[in-house]
Design a protein around this ligand. Structure first.
Ligand SMILES: [Zn+2]
Length: 496
């Protein structure tokens, strides 16, 4: 029976790939295998490229971890050889971990060979020469010190570089709107891009969404800085969040804990880049964006946000607060961004008034949500009663223990209610939950005062019911579909 040898080739960083490290290790492994009449298994060559041995990543996650697993579940036969250029390649993490790794391999009946000094570590060899274990330990200690020092030096060099920033350009990589002047080494703005940047921030300050800003730039034929694609919502919002526009250079430092690398900012270097946007304006834009992100903002402008689609091309239809004559319009993405659809736009306010009335009619006349079939009627009533009970039981009432008891009861009721909701349906497929949603929606749609919170709730309820509106800009027809298949359509010409 031939004994198999596996060669463990590791690179502490990708930089070494170009070097002769791989060739050297392969040659050493081949000649060792030849000399000792071992069969070198090249199929299972373990190359965890780029996984650094220092920080112990390769023991936990890397190929050596896989190797150990393969030994444990018998895929690698006991008595096999693991050929390593030098023991310090095994692991540069802390000494205990490195030693543990070696011990685990040996206990799994693997012969670990250090090729540079031709030492074999096995149960037999260590029993014969226990001092060899001390030797291995010394190798680990030295390797660990060496790489700590290397890591420390690299960090120091970067810190020095950072401290001298301001007097010299730290990196030739500058944001897209800037350029490093070859003659002087100064960072300067590209004037036409600086202009675009200021337009983008001005529009954002005016309350325009990144989507609308992208739209604005595309409509005016402004080219994107990279690639030939049109401006998009993500490209604009990334720019709006980039604090480098105020001239600041954020400095990061990489830290390593438990094999995890993370980057954290350590300071902001002011006036490193040319300041194109005033910090006050930048902060104002951030504040505006965070209110937008908190959600529901789209629905404040457009009650039908995220549920409108173009009948011509199927693309989403969106609200634009600056249509012709400064009026809000609804327009199809296909027409405004991709230019593949020739749908025109609708005046938003008129659309909202008509659609609201149509939806209200739909709920009251067409939708059989309140038509409860008899066997279930008492259950519906029970749900209603539970729901009322729930609202009367405020967990905010005073008294700690009482409040906690109240909260528990409240949660129990809610759970029970949910269970009932899931169980029952009326004959049209409306369960109690859908009935509640719909009755709320009906109340909102009929409300005269139409505050933002109501608009947001209305939008949420409509979407929960699966309502979709398809808008035909050519004929003025609007079609409503619903996830239970109750459809309705109307013309924008007739005002109910
Ligand atoms: Zn379209």
């Amino acid at each position: 029976m031939t004994i198999v040898a596996y060669s463990y080739q590791r690179f502490s960083s990708l930089d070494q790939i170009g070097g002769d490290s791989l060739t050297r290790q392969s040659t050493l492994a081949e000649s060792y295998a030849r000399d000792h009449e071992l069969e070198l298994d090249n199929r299972l060559t373990i190359r965890d490229l780029g996984v650094s041995g220092y920080r112990g990543q390769n023991a936990v996650h890397g190929e050596l971890g896989h190797f150990l697993t393969a030994v444990r579940n018998g895929r690698i036969a006991p008595g096999s050889y693991l050929l390593i250029e030098s023991l310090d390649r095994l692991s540069r993490s802390n000494i205990l971990q490195a030693q543990n790794l070696l011990t685990e391999l040996i206990l799994a009946k693997i012969n670990v060979v250090s090729l540079v000094d031709n030492r074999t570590y096995s149960e037999a060899s260590l029993t014969a020469d226990p001092l060899a274990l001390i030797f291995a330990l010394i190798v680990f200690i030295r390797a660990n010190e060496e790489s700590s020092l290397k890591s420390f030096r690299a960090k120091q060099a970067w810190i020095r570089k950072r401290d001298s920033a301001g007097t010299q350009v730290m990196t030739s990589r500058v944001p897209d709107w800037l350029i490093v002047c070859k003659a002087t080494g100064q960072i300067v703005a590209r004037s036409e891009r600086a202009e675009v940047l200021s337009t983008i921030f001005q529009l954002a300050l005016d309350g325009r969404s990144p989507f609308e800003i992208a739209d604005h730039l595309n409509a005016r034929g402004v080219c994107r800085w990279r690639g030939s694609q049109p401006w998009t919502r993500p490209t604009v919002s990334t720019l709006l969040r980039n604090r480098r526009v105020t001239g600041v250079l954020p400095l990061y430092i990489a830290t390593h804990d438990n094999g995890e690398t993370s980057r954290r900012p350590i300071k902001l270097l002011a006036d490193y880049f040319p300041r194109l946007i005033e910090p006050e304006a930048f902060l104002k834009v951030q504040a505006l964006a965070s209110t937008r992100r908190r959600g529901g903002n789209a629905a404040k402008l457009n009650v039908f946000a995220n549920m409108l689609f173009c009948a011509g091309c199927g693309a989403p239809v969106r609200h634009h607060s600056y249509g012709e004559y400064g009026r809000a319009i609804l327009a199809c993405d296909g027409a405004r961004i991709l230019h593949g659809c020739n749908a025109s736009g609708f005046d938003y306010d008129a659309f909202e008034i008509i659609t609201k009335k149509q939806l209200s009619r739909w709920i009251h006349d067409d939708l059989p949500w309140h038509q409860v079939s008899d066997p279930n009627q008492h259950v519906f009533r029970a749900v209603q009663e539970l729901s009322d009970l729930q609202s009367s039981l405020s967990p905010r009432s005073p008294g700690g223990a009482k409040r906690r008891a109240g909260a528990t009861f409240y949660a129990e009721v809610a759970k029970l209610e949910d269970q009932i909701d899931d169980l029952i349906f009326n004959e049209h497929g409306f369960n109690a939950k859908a009935v509640k949603l719909t009755s709320k929606l009906a109340a909102y749609l009929d409300e005269e005062i139409y505050e933002n919170t109501v608009r947001v709730k209305c939008n949420m309820l409509l979407r929960q019911l699966g309502a979709r509106l398809v808008v035909d800009f050519d004929t003025g027809w609007v079609g409503l579909s619903h996830n239970k298949g109750f459809e309705r359509s109307w013309s924008m010409e007739e005002n109910p």
